[in-house]
Design a protein around this ligand. Structure first.
Ligand SMILES: *Cc1c(COP(=O)(O)O)cnc(C)c1O
Length: 421
């Protein structure tokens, strides 16, 4: 029995075995109290230890200057390596299949250089309609750069009339239909607007059946939903770290390249010295020889400060593990859905467009509002809720299992109720 009371929410928090992780983060304040922070899908909170990790690198620089590249327990020369194991665990990959570098859209382009190799017969990209704008622009500009017209080359997937999210069967159907004309399937892992978690394994399988490459933008999936990129045989993936992975504004991006491609030095790519065979990097010789694995796509030396911040949260993820996070996450969203449906039974109308099946969503719920939407959002903001408004009329709520509580959920829904009454 789920009871609609604050004390019941607190009981759930009491029973939560990973509740103490909230204490590892700084919660923004509103009128002297904790905000109800439901925006971890835009910018994750700051781990308290980030400050010390940054001070540590500043001291290292101060003490050693350029020698910092080779000295200390985390020499800058190898800095990206200190983030690999944790990143690999989060996305279900081998260590050699991941690397942390650059930023997300940059990496999307770098991956497309290698994996979008259109010919006159096979040139199409299948993607979700209404994808995050940066992804739309990246696809469009890649298609044009290869001399094709976006209207012909980009196939968008849209929900059926009257539905809000895509059906896997329809995605597969389109993949089959476009067949041998398709060069790449490139989708989000979790759609940023609806919160739908796509069936990445089935999409990858269907893509490979028609002989195309399959890549995913995991900006809203990484650190949110369970991923098995290696076993699903995904060709490549990219993600950012400042959303669920809490690396701070502009934090670095992660890249996955399946080992079957990572072992192929002939695969075309845009190269830089940091992707070159590490043993010879400083011989400054002519002729690029890529390192094996995702590391062979690196261009530049590591952005140490942003990676230092990123590592703090990665270590927290590694400690708590995606299994425990996912378990709590499903409970949090189920609780919120239940409470909102209770409100709806009392003639309130909050339409959750995110799929109700747990396997089709992560920790985000998208609430479609009517014309009172902007006013509702303003009301929530005044009451100390930090959420996210997306045009034209959706409030996105992320209930992050690392630092959100059942009490946060309860209080948020209580405010929804207050607004309408
Ligand atoms: C957040 C997000 C981005 C942002 O791209 P940056 O290059 O990190 O600025 C891109 N794509 C998706 C799907 C996102 O959710």
């Amino acid at each position: 029995m789920i009871r609609n009371t604050l004390s019941y929410a607190r009981e759930l928090d009491f029973k939560d075995s990973i509740k103490s992780y909230r204490e590892k983060f700084w919660m923004p304040q509103h009128e002297g109290k904790d905000c109800i922070y439901l925006c971890g899908n835009s910018l994750g909170l700051q781990p308290k230890d980030v400050k010390y990790a940054l001070l540590n690198e500043l001291d290292h620089w101060k003490e050693h200057g350029v020698e910092g590249h080779f000295k200390g327990s985390m020499p800058w020369m190898y800095y990206h390596k200190f983030l690999l194991e944790q990143s690999a665990n989060i996305v279900g990959a081998k260590k050699e299949e991941v690397v942390v570098m650059n930023t997300l859209t940059t990496n999307l382009h770098l991956m497309m250089v290698s994996f979008y190799r259109p010919t006159t017969e096979r040139f199409k990209i299948i993607m979700e309609g209404g994808a995050f704008p940066s992804d739309q622009y990246a696809m469009e500009s890649q298609v044009k750069w290869h001399g094709f017209a976006p209207e012909e080359a980009i196939v968008e997937l849209h929900p059926r009339e009257g539905e809000d999210t895509l059906r896997t069967e329809d995605i597969i159907e389109t993949i089959k239909k476009e067949g041998s004309q398709t060069a790449l399937i490139m989708m989000g892992g979790v759609n940023y607007y609806t919160g739908q978690f796509y069936d990445l394994a089935s999409i990858t399988k269907a893509g490979h059946a028609i002989g195309t490459k399959v890549g995913f933008d995991l900006a809203h999936a990484v650190g949110n939903v369970p991923l098995q990129l290696h076993d699903w045989n995904v060709d490549f993936a990219v993600w950012c770290s400042y959303k669920y992975l809490n690396s701070g504004p502009g934090g670095p991006s992660g890249v996955f390249v399946h080992e079957k491609h990572g072992k192929n030095p002939e695969l075309p790519r845009f190269a830089g010295w940091w992707g070159h065979n590490e043993d010879e990097r400083f011989q400054m010789k002519k002729g690029f020889i890529p390192m094996e694995g995702a590391a062979g796509w690196q261009l530049s030396n590591a952005q140490v400060f942003s990676m230092a911040a990123h590592k703090v949260s990665l270590d927290i993820f590694n400690e708590v593990g995606m299994t425990a996070l996912r378990e709590k996450s499903e409970k949090l969203t189920a609780y919120m859905i239940h409470l909102i449906e209770e409100l709806n039974r009392e003639q309130k109308r909050f339409n959750i467009i995110t799929p109700k099946k747990p396997e089709e969503r992560g920790c985000q719920l998208s609430i479609l509002t009517g014309k009172e939407g902007p006013k509702l959002f303003e009301f929530l903001t005044e009451k100390g809720v930090i959420a996210d408004w997306r045009e034209p009329n959706v409030i996105r709520i992320a209930i992050v299992p690392l630092y959100n509580s059942f009490e946060d959920v309860y209080r948020f829904v209580e405010l929804l109720n207050q607004f309408n009454s």
